[in-house]
Unconditional design. Sequence first.
Length: 299
Amino acid sequence: MEIADEVWRNTSGVTQRVTLIPGYGGEARDIFPGKCIILPKNPNPKAFKLQSEFMRDRKKTAVPGAIMNPMTKPSNQKDLVSIIIPTFNCIDYLPKCIESILGQEYKNLEIIIVDDGSTDGTRDWVASQVKYINKFLTYSGNRGSNHARNLGYKLSRGEFVLFCDADLVMNKSMIGAMKLALNTDKRVSFAYCKFNWINTENNFTKVVGGGDWNINKLYQHNYISMMSLLRRSDFVPFDLKLKRYQDYDLWLTLARSGKRGTFVNAILFNAYMRPDGITKTESENEALTYIHKKHNIVR
């Protein structure tokens, strides 16, 4: 695959060198119909505003660092759902995740993948699938899923957002069911559901999560998955200090500001516990201690 380096500069003269990989249907230096841009290890904080000095057609893209593919551009901005997928060395699971998104009954979607420094071929696979993916951002160095989620949000345009882990597989009715729940009750900020938790080492499966909204219950433990559909207007950035229980921190933050969720009483996705997953590598006690202190939860 041909790779090219370019310098991007905005109108204020801020510059950033990036590496470009050809996307679907275009050469490396074409903005449209698509390309992958690899930001350097320490990207300029204004990199999202940069535009290429070498664009042949001088078309501008709002967020350099992403595939901008007109073939996959959502036709209807209203009710658009942005699905943001942070991924790190998850190529064995990511294709099935994308397949389940493409199979959704609700079709007004945009798919955004943020590759958090993978070294397992993720970048090449995404480049080969770009006709199905709206935006793709990749960079060197693993900076954590919350960093990737926050960047993905900046790339998104939807009225609704869903942060989807790369090793999850959606039921085809998932987005539609959650969207219906939010349409039914305009007062709630997010919709959540039950799911199948599957241990990949022994295929043990159990149903996890769910239950009607109860703030007192939430203060006791997290029963709401990251895989919840959130109104864009209620999003708050993920805490970069957390590597585990990021969803719990998010729901507590929203609850403390008077927001609440609505429960969709159905099993709407499968979650796979991998041997190298976050539950195996990060401390549960450290994360919960930090969250309890942050939200003034006394144990």
